[in-house]
Design a protein around this ligand. Structure first.
Ligand SMILES: Cc1cc2nc3c(=O)[nH]c(=O)nc-3n(C[C@H](O)[C@H](O)[C@H](O)COP(=O)(O)OP(=O)(O)OC[C@H]3O[C@@H](n4cnc5c(N)ncnc54)[C@H](O)[C@@H]3O)c2cc1C
Length: 512
């Protein structure tokens, strides 16, 4: 498997593939892990949960600080009463996020070919020949473009990127200033502007905006000064820039997330203005949705049609983020009418039902994949319950560390039979006596069993019967294999927390 791009999405995807026992390599343009410029400022609640599901969340939590950061249309949404272990966001610069994620994938043994670019590819029914800027061609069963908003992979695959042209142009900069500027956020008819003193005490972080009128090219100190004067009446003697870069509210989404042996994830598949802080988060979650599915297809466990569920599930999530971001962008400017609308939206969001509804969406905790009619848990994230097994207490998220499906039987011990799938699905016999509470929905009926996918979403709910379980196991984890192997027998008789995962170690990547 070859991934183009070692940004947040590419690195997370590589971790998921390694955990699933699939060979993967990343080709990355940048020479080192350092990130030029300022980008994401933190993680939202579901991304924090996803990292908790893999057992690495503490590395991130200790590097930042938690805060109520979720918002809709610029209104802050407090989720501190949500039923999750992480009812908050994490303030953490993208550069630190990438550094920590990079450390984890290094431990997992992911090779990164740096200072090389994917320059093109050809594909056939079995894989893709990926052209790299150093002249090599890499053969891969799949190529995944995690190469950002200007994705070469997306363009070379001929995938349309429809959407909306920019209406706002913003500069983000780190400069020194002769005069003390006013810190904080201000809005006017040109857009949103913000100043903050950076950690070193000398540099000021600046964001300033204006209506888009074709601004292109590398931004300069003169351009920054002009925009500051327009917004504040002075440029505060801005000098010695450490960085100045431009971003806009161009909003686009790939028409298809797949063309044959080529897939897209993260910014390569969707771009939008950063208000609301969603981009990195939905990229990481794309990766967690795609990783196990790709692994199963490569191992021959599942047919290629399993990959259709990646687009079916993740395209609507990003489409909703794009819509909400455009709504927020239109409220960023300030004049009497926009201010009135923003205030009215804020009032509506102070109604508790609305706060919970929009908080569930903004945090990602309310994501609902359409897996058909049934129990409210179906297609929703599995809550991180405190279970009791014969081997002692265990959290649900701990059971997901290996990125393997889990069948959690909370009914009578031995009442569920998954013979024929135990090489792929881990059966855990456990007890749980507490409430089942979902964000925005509240308390739901306690199920007697749940089938949890490796990405932490519930694929099947048992209500004192195993009806439909075999079909769902086949849909998500492949055909029943009645081999009666010793491994099957051991897995069926064990009380719960034992892993029987086979690592096929099938190489699918070669350099030629
Ligand atoms: C000013 C700003 C503020 C933001 N704030 C937030 C925020 O608060 N919260 C949030 O969630 N998101 C935020 N974002 C968005 C976030 O930065 C992106 O969504 C995120 O970086 C996407 O990750 P990615 O891995 O998909 O793509 P990228 O981070 O763009 O990574 C792509 C990688 O691919 C490499 N690459 C590109 N082309 C090739 C090639 N041909 N071959 C090999 N390698 C290649 C690049 O060098 C790069 O390392 C912000 C963005 C901006 C600009």
């Amino acid at each position: 498997m070859v991934i183009a791009g070692a940004g947040p999405t590419g690195m997370m995807l590589s971790a998921e593939l390694m955990l699933a026992g699939v060979d993967v390599a990343i080709v990355e343009r940048r020479a080192g892990p350092e990130l030029e410029g300022t980008r994401a400022r933190g993680l939202l609640a579901r991304t924090i949960e996803v990292l908790d599901q893999r057992g690495v969340v503490d590395r991130f939590l200790t590097a930042g600080y938690t805060a109520q950061v979720h918002s809709f249309a610029l209104t802050r949404l407090d989720i501190s009463d949500f039923p999750t272990r992480h009812p908050y966001g994490l303030a953490l610069e993208q550069s630190h996020f990438e550094r920590i994620l990079g450390g984890w994938i290094e431990e997992l043994g992911v090779p990164i070919y740096r200072e090389r670019e994917v320059t093109g590819f050809t594909q056939d029914g079995a894989g893709a020949d990926v052209a790299v800027s150093d002249g090599e061609t890499l053969r891969a069963q799949f190529l995944i473009g995690c190469d950002g908003g200007r994705s070469l992979v997306r363009k070379a695959a001929g995938i349309d990127f429809p959407g909306w042209d920019p209406s706002v142009s913003s500069l983000i900069a780190q400069v020194q200033m002769r005069d003390e500027p006013p810190m904080g956020i201000r809005r006017d008819e040109r857009g949103q502007h913000a100043m903050a003193r950076l950690e070193d005490g000398k540099l000021i972080g600046v964001v300033t905006s204006e209506p888009y009128s074709g601004q292109t090219g590398e931004p300069t100190l003169q351009e920054l000064s002009r925009m500051l004067i327009a917004a504040y009446g002075t440029d505060f003697g801005a000098h010695s820039p450490k960085l100045i870069s431009r971003f806009t509210d161009m909003t686009r989404q790939a028409a298809s997330y797949r063309n044959g042996r080529v897939l897209l994830a993260g910014d390569a598949a969707h771009i939008h203005y950063p208000v609301g802080g969603q981009g990195l988060n939905i990229g990481v979650q794309d990766a967690v949705n795609l990783g196990w599915k790709l692994a199963q297809v490569v191992k021959g466990t599942s047919p290629e049609s399993l990959l259709d569920t990646y687009q079916a599930e993740r395209h609507p999530v990003a489409a909703r983020v794009l819509r909400d971001t455009m709504a927020a962008t239109s409220l960023i400017r300030s004049d009497a009418r926009i201010d009135a609308l923003r205030e009215a939206v804020g009032e509506m969001l102070s109604i508790d039902v609305a706060r919970k509804q929009f908080g569930a969406i903004a945090s990602g905790l309310g994501i609902h994949y359409d897996l058909g009619e049934g129990h409210p848990l179906l297609g929703r994230r599995m809550p991180d319950l405190d279970l009791v097994t014969n081997d002692g207490p265990v959290r649900v998220f701990t059971l997901l560390h290996e990125a393997r499906p889990v069948l959690l039987n909370l009914g009578a011990h031995g009442s569920i039979d998954i013979n024929g799938w135990t090489d792929r699905v881990r059966l855990v016999e456990a007890r749980y006596d507490g409430d089942w509470e979902l964000p925005a929905l509240g308390t739901v009926n306690s199920p007697s069993a749940v089938l949890i996918r490796p990405d932490g979403y519930v694929a099947w709910v048992g209500e004192r019967t195993s009806a439909g379980l075999s079909e769902v196991l086949t849909t998500w984890f492949g055909q029943r294999l009645l081999s009666k192997s010793p491994e099957d027998v051991v897995a069926r008789t064990t009380s719960g927390c034992r892993s029987t995962r086979a690592r096929p170690g099938r190489p699918d990547f070669r350099s030629s």
